[in-house]
Design a protein around this ligand. Structure first.
Ligand code: AN0
Ligand code: CP
Length: 318
């Protein structure tokens, strides 16, 4: 593996889960692997979990870690080629990326969809420029269309808590006041499509995800029907993908909030969310605080997913 941008690059899931288990059981066993290697984490957007868990993963592997917040202290970056740079942007990404590459051995990038141009977002223009011009192994810390380290952590968590070989997993849209990317739900769907679980996506009309990510999942616009018999409820908001509504908030229908009444329809399901979560929009206080809420174990597994992936990148590239 040269770069990591999608859970599909994990290859055989059994092997990936076994590798993750090894990392979890002995987090410091590979301290020598990253010795004298520098990991650079570049953030174009805010983060709590990804920032801390990926740093921790690098440190566990013996790496030196540098974090750069592009929007806080670095020069404002132009990303379009051909632009006459007479505005407020002092530097072009096409110089900044190879410069960053000079200072490190591996780069993690967080760069959300911008909702300016669907094609650019879905072609992963920013992430691909890092891959092309940095000269270093690159991994996604949530890009425009996917959040693979989150998905891997989610899948490890399901693996740890599932009570049957083929659980019913329901990913449900829930309301949120701001336009959020489709990266987390796209990526979760991509990952779940690698399993033989019973996977259902529930969202209001107008919020269907891109077909290449939906894959073989069942899609319904009826949340109650979807929740029936669910073993895991994975809640997430996303903005519209379809047509001219791309990146728009079409409604904030709180009848889609995951509540105690909604959870009563399930098979005593576990509740999951990648966090950060808006309480009483996405999920009620009682559901997220219940013993069946997995949000904290999920977040804890972000170290495991990041460390498993960085370890593989170190092994395969150095
Ligand atoms: C981001 C999103 O929905 O993609 C990050 C989640 C990990 N969420 C927010 O911006 C609130
Ligand atoms: N789940 C997740 O990626 O959280 P952050 O945005 O805080 O990194």
């Amino acid at each position: 593996m040269k770069h990591f941008t999608s859970v599909t690059q994990l290859g055989d899931l059994k092997d990936a889960f076994a590798a993750a288990k090894m990392v979890k059981e002995a987090p410091f066993a590979d301290k020598a692997l990253g010795e004298n290697k520098t990991l650079l984490l570049v953030f174009f957007n805010n983060s709590l979990r990804t920032r801390l868990s990926t740093q921790k993963a690098g440190l566990n592997l013996g790496m030196n870690v540098i974090v750069l917040d592009v929007n806080q202290g670095a020069w404002k970056l132009e990303t379009e080629r051909g632009v006459i740079m007479d505005g407020d942007k002092s530097e072009h990404l096409l110089e900044a990326i190879p410069v960053m590459g000079c200072y490190c051995d591996m780069i993690g990038v967080r760069s959300f969809a911008r909702f300016e141009n669907k094609k650019d977002d879905y072609e992963e223009v920013i992430l691909n420029q890092f891959i092309r011009y940095s000269g270093k192994p690159v991994f996604s810390m949530e890009a425009a269309t996917r959040h693979p380290l989150q998905t891997f952590a989610d899948m490890i968590t399901i693996e740890e808590y599932k009570k049957t070989a083929r659980p019913k997993v329901v990913m449900t849209w829930a309301p949120h006041p701001k336009a959020l990317p489709q990266a987390v739900p796209n990526s979760f769907a991509e990952g779940l499509n690698m399993t033989d679980y019973d996977f259902v996506i529930a969202n209001p009309e107008g919020y269907d995800l891109a077909p290449e990510f939906v894959g073989k999942a069942k899609v319904t616009h009826n949340q109650d029907e979807a929740l029936e018999g669910a073993d895991f409820v994975y809640a997430k908001n996303w903005s519209a993908y379809e047509g001219d509504n791309y990146g728009k908030v079409l409604n904030m229908d709180r009848s889609w909030t995951v509540s105690k009444e909604k959870m009563a329809l399930t098979n005593n399901a576990y509740f999951m969310h990648c966090l950060p979560v808006r309480r009483n929009m996405i999920v009620t206080d009682d559901v997220i605080e219940a013993p069946t809420s997995l949000v904290i174990p999920e977040a804890a597994n972000r170290v495991v997913s990041a460390q498993t992936v960085i370890k593989k990148l170190l092994q395969d590239n150095y």
